[in-house]
Ligand binder design. Structure first.
Ligand code: ADP
Ligand code: ASP
Ligand code: MG
Length: 405
């Protein structure tokens, strides 16, 4: 008997009809002779609605209370799914993240899973139950409820798959797999048959919402094959795994975009050892992740330091950086929340000439100004104006003939 973990995203469980559809799919997997653990997301836009509700009552909702509030969204879905399965004659039990033994650190709203103690899940499986775990949440040592960051139910699913030794983790969503570009921006985009963890990690980190980056990281770490497929049809989906031959193909394979970017520039910084540490140390301590960092060549010992953070962290990051900037004698500290990023991703970028030039030419032909550039071995990212991101995605998709895949 194989153990399969299936995760169903918000759109897949948006209403009672969708939940019945999902229950039928789960029942079929059980009928095929598998043990099934299901991870449920909150219904439709529930998480956004709960955040909006909290915002109506408080200017700055308390982090601990907010996490408990948001965790209820996935609890609702998991109980309803269990009821739907019961009414079809299947034994099923819902568990909150805490009941499923998901232990996290205490960083509210973006907690990390420290370990899973899946005793209860295993016991319920042994009794023959389908186990439905509320996604996106865990519990601290002090028994406080935490959430794992937006999109975090994917991470719950892969972490559970790893700790239970599941054969596969299946992520069911509202598109037919991982596409070479967001299918909402480029309707002719096609799902990929398979993709390597590394490439998927770049795609997810640089904006493809279809997988939570930390879920991909965990998949790679524990070597769990992840199937991304539609909950609405029987299309084969995309398998994310480590066996994809990466070296044989030297081309741009996918494009990611991201509108969640805030930029900070600290102007007139003295160019001496310790300055970067004095800025980035406190940011790290405040739990703010910094992505692109660029330091200009210094003129007469003075330079500018520019970096990006998530737009949602921009105000907090400015609160941290402003006093430090003043302390180190910077003349100005400016922020910009009108930016976005577009990335081309594919193997062999670093050792093949022409990718960067083609990307920059394509953007310049459309009069799209590039503000910052970053690269990895398999990615080139340009930070541009947010309102030009959609156009950039479309022209790059065409320029790199990604539709020929
Ligand atoms: P779920 O609620 O099932 O977790 P998400 O909204 O988090 O679903 O992720 C699915 C969405 O990700 C799709 O509807 C699609 O618009 C978006 N997306 C962005 N880039 C990609 C991509 N490269 N492939 C597939 N979907 C993508
Ligand atoms: N409901 C949460 C969110 O909307 C978690 C998830 O769906 O993965 O971000
Ligand atoms: Mg998601």
């Amino acid at each position: 008997m194989s153990l399969i973990v299936q995760k169903y995203g918000g759109t897949s469980v948006a209403d009672a009809g969708c939940i019945k559809n999902v229950a039928r799919r789960i029942a079929r997997t059980k009928d095929e002779g598998n043990q099934v653990v299901v991870v449920a997301s909150a219904m439709g836009d529930t998480t956004d609605e709960l955040i909006a509700l909290a915002d109506q009552l408080s200017e700055k909702p308390d982090n601990r209370e907010l996490d408990v509030l948001l965790s209820t969204g996935e609890v609702v879905t998991s109980t309803l799914l269990a009821m739907a399965l019961h009414s079809m004659g299947y034994p099923a039990i819902s568990l909150s993240g805490a009941q499923a033994g998901i232990r996290t650190d205490s960083t509210y709203s973006r907690a990390r899973i420290l370990k899973i103690e899946p005793k209860r899940v295993v016991r319920e499986l042994e009794k023959g139950n389908i186990v439905i775990v509320a996604g996106f949440q865990g519990i601290t040592e002090d028994m406080d409820v935490t959430t794992l960051g937006r999109g975090g139910s994917d991470t719950t699913a892969v972490a559970l798959a790893a700790s239970l030794g599941a054969k596969e983790c299946q992520i069911y969503t509202d598109v037919e797999g991982v596409y070479n570009v967001d299918p909402r921006l480029v309707p002719e985009a096609k799902p990929l048959g398979e993709i390597h963890y590394e490439e998927m990690l770049e795609l997810a980190t640089y904006g493809a919402k279809v997988m939570h980056p930390r879920a991909v990281e965990l998949g790679e770490l524990f070597n769990i094959p992840i199937l991304v497929a539609s909950s609405f049809n029987e299309s084969p989906g995309t398998l994310i795994h480590g066996g994809v031959a990466m070296e044989v193909r030297n081309k741009v394979r996918s494009i990611a975009h991201n509108l969640d970017i805030g930029k900070i520039t600290v102007v007139g910084v003295p160019d001496r050892p310790g300055i970067a540490a004095s800025i980035f140390g406190p940011l790290a301590k405040a739990g703010i992740s910094v992505d692109t960092i660029v330091q200009n060549a210094s003129i007469q010992g003075i330079t500018d330091l520019t970096f990006t953070v998530f737009k949602s962290d921009l105000a907090r990051a400015m609160e941290v950086v402003k006093p430090i900037a003043a302390q180190i004698g910077s003349s100005k500290c400016a922020s910009d929340d009108t930016l976005g990023a577009v990335s081309i991703i594919g193997t062999g970028m670093q050792n093949t000439t022409g990718f960067a030039a083609r990307m920059f030419n394509t953007l310049s032909e459309k009069k799209i100004n590039i503000q910052l550039i970053t690269t990895s071995e398999i990615r080139i990212t340009c930070i541009i104006s947010a309102d030009q991101v959609k156009e950039a995605v479309r022209v790059l998709h065409h320029a790199f003939e990604i539709e020929e895949e």
